[in-house]
Ligand binder design. Structure first.
Ligand code: BES
Ligand code: MN
Ligand code: ZN
Length: 497
């Protein structure tokens, strides 16, 4: 798909549009001038059609009018909701709905006219292009015969000055990052192995001249990563610890570390997942690593100046075998802390413990980790909002703002110190699992034990948002690529913390 921005002449919209399909946004308010304008252009028939189809203009509602012997041959009307609610999210939603309807109707050249006059042109172009591309994404890699691609070849964003074209380049880089994350998450566990993630990182490194360090099992043992390796030891697949560096353009003013949980499959281990525990979905337990690699893909192209970005993933499978770690085992992490593994299914935090220690040793200005860490977070926040834990108000607020700008949602949760009692062990420094109530909070408190005191750190639990069963907003059903847009926005704003 190719995108372009062009100013539009509202008085001459139909005549001047030469593509096959024109999509126009209409507010819920029937007295709104655009509706009158359109009826004037097309004729009273339009009003009749809209009434017959009970079009109200609710957000995302669409009506497709195929027109024989007329130009354009197809008109898509998309609801915008109330004018006062028409901001970033509604703009993305409208663009996505219009694009889906147009693609279904077989459009090859789509013109998209939404009321963006009052919005910043570059940001609007970016939001609309992202919405169109990400909502029409389709993954055909695992079919013997690919379905024919239903996507316009060209999309023109009407009513935007040429200056908005700069937003399209950013959108392309971000979409490529989101698509990489989606592809990694959706790939089944017999394909997306730790080795496969290492290859994906190596491809990024080669394509964009990044530095990649891959630590093998022995290297990790040398560094004392007893928590991570305890999880990895039950699998026949060798673990891969990835450290990808995006060097700064120019003098380094800030350094950030992005850490992603990289469980390419989580069976639960000896605390095997039970019926209803969604074991068959646990390929997506590397969603955190997919998000940080996707962000690296986007940032490598956007190249923020003066910022050095480190991407860290301790990847492995959590499996059962004669060599797998036993529930009750006590292991030592690379910062010397001992952990009683009272539940082998709380494995993500064990891998992240050593990954966070490694990240902190790089002495970055901020560390953000993303992980499909707890089912409890999915229960608490559902599949649209990720949980955010951070001792730093500045970092928490910066991430929430970045998420909003990128069209993602975070909700800050408490790092309540008193809940640490739940992690007390009779023998070791801590257990890896607390009681069921507040399970996402004790998980975050566990991670904090492996972060250098005073360092700005945030943890995002993306257990709910990594996957969408039915599809929502811009996301078709399946892997969402959640987290990429938040991370990219945050880093592009200078990684405030
Ligand atoms: N990967 C899971 C968390 C998860 C569950 C993500 C469902 C997405 C959907 C994690 O490793 C896990 O198993 N967590 C346990 C923790 C418990 C043993 C304290 C959980 O949530 O049940
Ligand atoms: Mn688990
Ligand atoms: Zn897991």
């Amino acid at each position: 798909m190719e995108f372009r921005c062009t100013p539009a002449d509202p008085d001459n919209l139909l005549e001047s549009w030469s593509g096959d399909t024109l999509a126009v946004g209409l507010f819920q308010d029937t007295d709104h001038p655009v509706r009158g304008e359109l009826i004037r252009l097309i004729g009273d028939d339009l009003q009749v059609q809209l009434e017959r189809r009970r079009f109200q203009g609710k957000p995302g509602e669409t009506v497709v009018l195929e027109r024989l012997n007329a130009q354009p041959a197809c008109l898509v009307l998309v609801g915008l909701g109330e004018p006062s609610d028409f901001h970033g999210t509604a703009l993305r939603q409208a663009a996505a709905s219009a694009a889906r309807a147009a693609a279904q109707a077989g459009s090859r050249h789509l013109g998209l006219w939404l009321p963006v006059d009052d919005l910043e042109p570059r940001g609007s172009a970016m939001a609309m292009a992202e919405a169109v591309r990400l909502s029409l994404y389709s993954d055909q890699r695992f079919r013997s015969e690919a379905d024919p691609l239903r996507q316009p070849e060209q999309v023109t964003l009407l009513g935007l000055a040429e200056s908005a074209n700069a937003g399209l380049e950013q959108a392309a880089a971000i979409c490529a990052g989101v698509e990489l994350a989606r592809a990694l998450v959706a790939a089944p566990p017999n394909v997306a192995t730790p080795h496969y993630l290492a290859e994906a990182a190596a491809t990024l490194a080669a394509d964009f001249q990044l530095e990649l360090k891959v630590l093998e099992r022995d290297d990790c043992a040398q560094l004392g990563m007893g928590a991570y390796l305890a999880v990895a030891q039950g699998s026949d697949l060798p673990p891969k610890f990835l450290h990808l560096t995006l060097p700064a353009r120019g003098v380094v003013s800030r350094r950030v570390a992005l850490v992603g949980k990289g469980l390419t499959f989580d069976s639960g281990g000896y605390n095997l997942k039970v019926a209803g525990g969604q074991i068959e979905m646990m390929k997506y337990d590397m969603g955190g690593s997919a998000a940080v690699l996707g962000a690296a893909r986007a940032l490598a192209e956007l190249r923020p100046s003066d910022l050095e970005v480190h991407v860290i993933v301790a990847s492995c499978d959590n499996m059962i075998s004669g060599g797998a770690i036993q529930p009750g085992a006590i292991v030592t992490a690379s910062n010397g802390k001992t952990i009683e593994i009272n539940n082998t299914d709380a494995e993500g935090r064990l891998t992240l413990a050593d990954a966070l220690v490694y990240a902190c040793r790089l002495e970055p200005d901020a560390v953000v980790d993303l992980a499909t860490l707890t089912g409890a977070c999915l229960i608490a926040l559902g599949d649209e909002v990720a949980g955010l834990w951070s001792p730093s108000d500045e970092l928490a607020e910066a991430l929430i703002t970045a998420a909003e700008a990128g069209g993602e949602s975070l909700w800050r949760m408490p790092l309540r110190r008193s809940y640490k009692d739940g992690l007390k062990s009779q023998l070791a420094d801590m257990k890896n699992t607390g009681p069921r109530p507040g399970g996402s909070i004790t998980a975050a408190l566990f991670l904090q034990e492996f972060v250098t005191k005073g360092l700005a750190w945030a943890h995002l639990d993306i257990a709910g948002t990594v996957w969408s069963d039915k599809g929502r907003g811009l996301d078709p059903a399946g892997a969402t690529g959640f987290g990429v847009r938040t991370l990219v926005e945050w880093v592009r704003q200078g990684a405030p913390a």
